[in-house]
Design a binder for this molecule. Structure first.
Ligand code: AGP
Length: 657
């Protein structure tokens, strides 16, 4: 997935140029991909488009521009790349230029018919200079202009010819105008005074305004010098409403932490509260005594984390009513009563969150839950009926594999809802039964942390919401409103307690960071967290780690275990505790070095390390167990010196299949 940014406006020449604005914007988008970058700008002095593009990190491009500033320019487009077609070289970096040099484009997505178009254009005499699919866009626009079309018309007609997924910015020298085209990957606009900004997401825009305009598929924005016009691909002019974003620029900064990932790990107590505040009400039977979560007092300390002081629950908990309200969700009682199954579709960490939510849903709602990989589901012959409820989980809301799978289900008339972190993202447009926002705020670190735990929480709220609609009474002794509300409200405080043992986790990491392999083992609702913990370690430290059901080890993978194999167990004081202890003994007998994360003091010796965490209800335990695994992976990666916020080969959101 790539990041694109554009600007057109009236800048005071001596202050800054359009290149400064776009370069600054690309810095906010760098988490989306960082194989190469480039900017094309209109030079007001020479009255031509100029550009610089460089492979490698964005600093390579900044250094090039620092040699030629100040610039007199008030229109520019920029790109930061995660390579799909063509090696990450200077030449293949964006922007791409047409034969005349009057058209420059940057592109996020994939042009699926670029070979056909390229061959057609070469026959017409166009000269290509790169291996990329994107370059064909510049020459296609040029070709329409050669046939007498205006720049806008040339862009519009080109958009109708392209197949695939594309968010495009095109800069035209003749009019100094910019056209933004959206079909698939996101594009967001903002207008401030006489300046117009456009970007792949709101991160670069938030420092200028909180009011943004989300382009939808098959829409074009065309602007110069503060004049903005939005049309459909068919040329029909449309008026768009603005969306107010409650993210402020400070929240997107690091707030004093070493990495965005570390900051986002520490934010989790506060973000969990954001995720369930005003969505969970408890009525103790006396109507005027409904306790809203917002009444819980929160005090912040230096690190921005929270010390959750809470009211005593004795006077509140007398009995019956837990009420879940999920704003925007359109799931009716009949939808729930008529549903034959609930299907979760997701990728990566969001898929692991779905697996944990499956346990929650089946325990609380008694409905069969299926979880599918976005990349696989789309091509399976999975029976879908109009009574099925499909839930897409995606932090970015732009994961092509997830969205494509949901489109298949929607075409078969299934009910679609989503759990996502980004307002206006593509998945929200697919969700005909509404969206549950995680309210995690901008997650800049490529490795998902607060997005993951808030997804788990929103999945629990959805389970409680569906149970409420269905009237199902779980046969679990622990299930009553009192227990759930109490443990929910205590969750941020318990997360905080785990953050307090961060130094212990750092000391443990020092013993293992030179390992080449890891096993992460868990059972039941903690098995998906073993998978997520292994993924965190893999993606930021580049150490091979495998998550596995603890009970399955004896059926083969235990052959991997020797004294060089650290094995991390997730151990909870529940009905599986004795089974997991047996699995630990099996590993111990083969010399494995055992780290245990436990919510009680297990009666077992020979553990290399024990990480104690607070106890909570089983349905909430995945949220607590995730946190020490995030911190452990973070410290191992920091000791290894890898690029924690922008790990090699990764992108924050994969908008290609
Ligand atoms: C998570 O640490 C990874 N960066 C990755 O697996 C991610 O969860 C996956 O690509 C799905 O992204 P999404 O949640 O934005 O759909």
């Amino acid at each position: 997935m790539c990041g694109i940014m554009g600007f057109s406006g009236n800048l005071k020449k001596e202050q800054e140029s359009s290149v400064d604005v776009v370069l600054n914007g690309l810095k906010s988008l760098e988490y989306r991909g960082y194989d190469s970058s480039g900017i094309a700008y209109y030079d007001n002095d020479d009255r031509v488009i100029k550009y610089i593009k460089k492979s490698g990190k964005l600093t390579n491009l900044s250094n090039e521009f620092s040699c030629i500033t100040p610039l007199n320019s008030d229109a520019a487009i920029g790109h930061i790349r995660w390579a799909t077609h063509g090696r990450p070289t200077d030449e293949n970096a964006h922007p791409h230029i047409d034969c005349t040099g009057d058209i420059a484009i940057v592109h996020n997505g994939i042009i699926e018919n670029y070979v056909v178009l390229k061959n057609k254009l070469i026959k017409k005499g166009h000269k290509f200079t790169t291996e990329t699919d994107s370059e064909v866009i510049a020459h296609l626009i040029e070709d329409y202009i050669n046939n007498g079309k205006s720049f806008y018309e040339a862009v519009r007609l080109s958009s109708l010819e392209l197949l695939g997924a594309f968010a495009i910015l095109a800069l035209n020298a003749g009019e100094k105008s910019i056209a933004a085209v959206k079909f698939g990957p996101p594009l967001v606009l903002a207008q401030k005074d006489n300046n117009i900004y456009v970007a792949s997401d709101i991160s670069p825009l938030i420092e200028y305004t909180n009011d943004v305009i989300y382009l939808k598929n098959s829409e074009i924005a065309y602007f110069h010098y503060g004049n903005l016009e939005i049309t459909t691909f068919k040329g029909k002019k449309i008026n768009k409403t603005t969306t107010k974003i409650d993210w402020d620029a400070s929240r997107a900064a690091k707030s004093g932490f070493s990495h965005f990932m570390q900051k986002e790990i520490y934010e989790q107590p506060a973000r969990l509260l954001d995720a369930f505040s005003s969505r969970v009400m408890y009525n103790d039977g006396m109507k005027d005594n409904v306790v809203n979560i917002n009444k819980i007092k929160i005090q912040r300390n230096a690190l921005g984390s929270n010390e959750n002081t809470q009211n005593s629950f004795n006077e509140v908990f007398a009995g019956a009513g837990l009420k879940i309200s999920l704003e925007g969700l359109k799931l009716t009682k009949n939808d729930v009563l008529n549903s034959s199954k609930i299907v979760f579709i997701a990728c990566g960490s969001s898929y692991y969150a779905s697996l944990a939510i499956k346990y929650m849903m089946e325990m609380i709602c008694g409905l069969p839950v299926i979880v599918g990989y976005g990349s696989e589901f789309r091509y399976e012959n999975f029976p879908v009926s109009q009574n099925d409820i499909f839930v897409g989980i995606s932090q970015s809301g732009e994961t092509a594999d997830t969205n494509s799978a949901l489109e298949v289900a929607k075409a078969k008339r299934a009910k679609i809802l989503s759990i996502t972190n980004v307002p206006g993202s593509q998945i929200t447009g697919l969700s005909n039964k509404g969206v549950i926002y995680t309210h995690a705020g901008p997650e800049i670190g490529v490795a998902s942390t607060k997005a993951f735990t808030t997804q788990l929480l929103c999945g629990l709220l959805l389970a409680l919401y569906i149970r409420e609609k269905s009237g199902f009474i779980p046969q679990y002794r622990w299930f009553n409103s009192q227990n759930i509300f109490k443990d929910l409200v205590e969750l941020p405080k318990k997360m905080e307690k785990i953050l307090f043992i961060d130094e212990t986790l750092k000391d443990i990491a020092k013993k293992y960071y030179k390992s080449s392999n890891f096993l992460y083992l868990g059972r039941g609702i903690l098995y998906p967290i073993a998978l997520e913990g292994a993924l965190k370690l893999k993606e930021i430290s580049y150490i091979h780690a495998e998550g596995y059901p603890a009970g399955e080890m004896k059926h083969g993978p235990i052959a991997l275990v020797d004294e060089n194999m650290p094995v991390l167990f997730l151990l909870s004081n529940n009905m599986l505790a004795s089974k997991t202890i047996s699995n630990i003994e099996e590993i111990k007998a083969r010399g494995g070095r055992i780290i245990a994360v436990a919510d009680y003091e297990p009666e077992i010796d020979g553990l290399s390390d024990l990480i104690r965490i607070p106890e909570t209800l089983e349905v909430l335990s995945p949220i607590l167990y995730t946190l020490p695994l995030q911190l452990f992976a973070y410290h191992i990666a920091a000791l290894k010196g890898t690029d924690i916020d922008q790990p090699r080969n990764l992108a924050k959101s994969v908008t290609v299949e």
